[in-house]
Design a protein around this ligand. Structure first.
Ligand code: TXA
Ligand code: MG
Length: 340
């Protein structure tokens, strides 16, 4: 697929004008497409919640082109945040920091913190620099559903609710950013992403994993999130062929997302081999699930992914998208929860 990495001057001017007029603009980032509004205009930010069908208490990430205007949004930048920003910005990392007093409640969900990200995608950079301010943007999907990794996903999902969609081709990372928060001396990984816990540890030392206590506001904490419409089950790696046979018995159509080819041919089974590399598996994950979701199957079976931090982000999204986890022959479940 041809990738349009940069937008034309006219496209950027139109998008900037729309943002100034309080309209929504969908734009590519290297993680997923965002649904953007002027973060200083509460009425515009409210339109994001309406378009997504998202509960109002969920805070959104503010995107900047560089840390140069950070002080407009953040009261006090923790030292560890500065080090992480120097190491990973622009890039797929979001930092949750104390909010500046003038930040609107609709952006932060009324919390005392704000989430900031400097994306690396050239088109996101073009838009942010031309706009000259912060763009509040969650992923450009309906609430609870799969995040969009191509412009056509945004169009399919949000249609007329978004007049302007900047098309930057396929997102190269394909999963949402890593989110890190700072509470006193504690550094906490709230959402795993392509910047791994090990990479963060290397820069700032010890890192706590997962949300502290129960909060409705942590990423993807509703029962299913990042989810296809077809019921989805995670299956132990060694049993994917057997479970595909069992699930498709009697001619039921089944979809499989695996990391290898099938061991034998299965009737009634649509099989995607997404490979064994976490980078390409992640990049294609939402597009693969969308394709399987459209296939008219009764169930999606997903082969459990390997242990280890490189698979944490994928495992996290699969656990949130799954409606069930199949028991293994020995009675254990294959996938270990990364986040509570
Ligand atoms: O890669 C990404 O992060 C994409 C692109 C568009 O930047 N954005 C994204 O946004 O995934 P969204 O809204 O779908 O997920 C952001 C998550 C939300 O689930 C929200 O709960 C969390 O970030 N968040 C935002 N502000 C927060 C805060 N102050 N404290 C804790 N979590 C926060
Ligand atoms: Mg989202």
């Amino acid at each position: 697929m041809a990738r349009a990495v940069r937008a034309t001057q006219v496209e950027i001017e139109t998008a900037v004008q729309a943002l100034r007029d309080g309209e929504l603009v969908a734009f590519p980032t290297e993680t997923v497409y965002g649904l953007g509004a002027n973060a200083q205009n509460p009425a515009a930010v409210r339109k994001i919640f309406a378009a997504k069908g998202r509960p109002a208490a969920h805070p959104v990430i503010v995107h900047l082109d560089s840390p140069r205007f950070l002080h407009r949004w953040v009261r006090e930048v923790p030292q560890a945040a500065t080090r992480l920003a120097e190491s990973f910005w622009p890039g797929p990392l979001t930092l949750v920091m104390p909010r500046a007093p003038q930040v609107h409640d609709v952006v932060t969900g009324g919390q005392d913190t704000i989430a900031i990200r400097v994306p690396a995608h050239p088109m996101a950079q073009q838009l942010l620099t031309a706009f000259g301010g912060g763009i509040a943007a969650p992923s450009a999907n309906r609430y609870g559903r799969l995040s969009p990794t191509r412009a056509e996903h945004v169009r399919e999902e949000l249609g007329d609710a978004v007049r302007i969609i900047l098309d930057g081709g396929e997102c190269q990372i394909g999963l949402e950013s890593t989110i890190v928060s700072f509470e006193g001396a504690n550094i906490r990984l709230l959402r795993p992403g392509s910047v791994t816990a090990a990479q963060i540890r290397q820069v700032v030392g010890e890192v706590l994993i997962g949300a502290a206590g129960e909060s409705p506001r942590v990423p993807g904490s509703s029962p299913t999130h990042y989810a296809p419409l077809t019921p989805m089950t995670i299956v132990p790696a060694g049993e994917i062929d057997a479970q595909a046979d069992a699930a498709s018995a009697g001619g039921r159509r089944i979809a499989v997302l695996a990391q290898r080819l099938p061991l034998r041919s299965h009737k009634y089974v649509t099989w995607i081999n997404a490979g064994r590399k976490p980078e390409s598996y992640s990049r294609d994950l939402y597009n693969n699930l969308r394709a399987l979701d459209r296939g008219g199957c009764q169930r999606i079976l997903v082969q459990d992914v390997p242990e280890g931090e490189r698979w944490d982000a994928v495992r996290d999204r699969l656990l949130k998208a799954a409606t069930s986890i199949a028991e293994s022959d020995d009675g254990t479940t294959g996938t270990r929860a990364v986040l509570p």
